[in-house]
Design a protein around this ligand. Structure first.
Ligand SMILES: *Cc1c(COP(=O)(O)O)cnc(C)c1O
Length: 239
């Protein structure tokens, strides 16, 4: 009964994460139902993801198109809401449009142009995107630098198919999760400034921030989407 055991573990982990989200939300005077949990299944096989769906995970995140394709084909495109959370290479853009409900990792005008064009070509009515922001000037990471944000946001205003629905951040890693709090605060401030300019298609401006190590802090600081892998699926062997 290997599977049953895994299913129980997944259920417990998922419940634990949900309880932590609830208490962090309460602490910040927020409602837990404003926060969407993305279960990040990268490196874990389709069978495990299927079990996660069975015990209540309804939104799944993947960071590589090819890996996601294999798993989505096995599980079924309609069985969950699928989010791309990793850098998207332009030669995988068409595949990504086919596979994902939300692209959280939009990081260049060039990619936005390509996605908009592909949506037209493929008759994809609308595609929700978040712009990945790099607030730490980490040259090694993807993400739009603060100074380059106006250009991509202006472009997104002209798109018919791409829906600019919010911001995403992968802050620098710190052992001490408290050290990421300033990045979460900055991202929320930026989102609030953009709300004033009415640039979001959904009128809300999602804040995708917080991973296994720091999601409670992210929720306290206003996250509307948290992306959680390890705390649900356990440690990754690779990736
Ligand atoms: C892997 C990954 C996560 C989940 O990380 P955990 O620390 O395992 O929760 C979240 N966001 C992105 C962009 C990732 O690549």
């Amino acid at each position: 009964m290997q599977n049953a055991k895994t299913e129980n573990e997944l259920r417990e982990n998922l419940e634990k994460v949900c309880r932590k989200i609830e208490s962090a939300a309460r602490k910040a005077n927020r409602k837990a139902d404003e926060i969407k949990l993305v279960a990040v299944g990268k490196t874990h096989p389709a069978e495990v993801l299927r079990e996660a769906i069975a015990v209540g995970a309804s939104v799944l995140g993947e960071n590589k198109v090819q890996e996601a394709e294999e798993k989505i084909n096995k599980i079924g495109r309609e069985k969950a809401e699928w989010h791309l959370i990793g850098h998207l290479q332009s030669n995988k853009a068409r595949k990504a449009v086919e596979l994902f409900d939300v692209i959280q990792s939009l990081d260049s005008v060039k990619l936005a142009k390509r996605l908009e064009r592909i949506c037209v070509e493929e008759n994809r009515e609308s595609l929700s995107v978040l712009v990945q922001v790099d607030l730490a000037n980490e040259k090694t990471k993807s993400g739009v630098l603060r100074k380059d944000l106006p250009e991509i946001i202006d472009f997104l205003q002209t798109c018919e198919r791409l829906k600019f629905d919010g911001l995403m951040i992968i802050p620098p890693f710190f052992e001490d999760a408290e050290k990421v709090r300033p990045y979460f605060k900055q991202l929320k401030k930026l989102r609030d400034e953009l709300l004033q300019k009415d640039v979001f298609a959904n009128k809300i401006g999602e804040l995708s921030m917080g991973m296994s190590n720091d999601f409670e802090i992210a929720v306290e600081e206003g996250a509307t989407i948290v992306r959680i892998g390890t705390a649900i699926f356990g440690a990754r062997k690779w990736g």
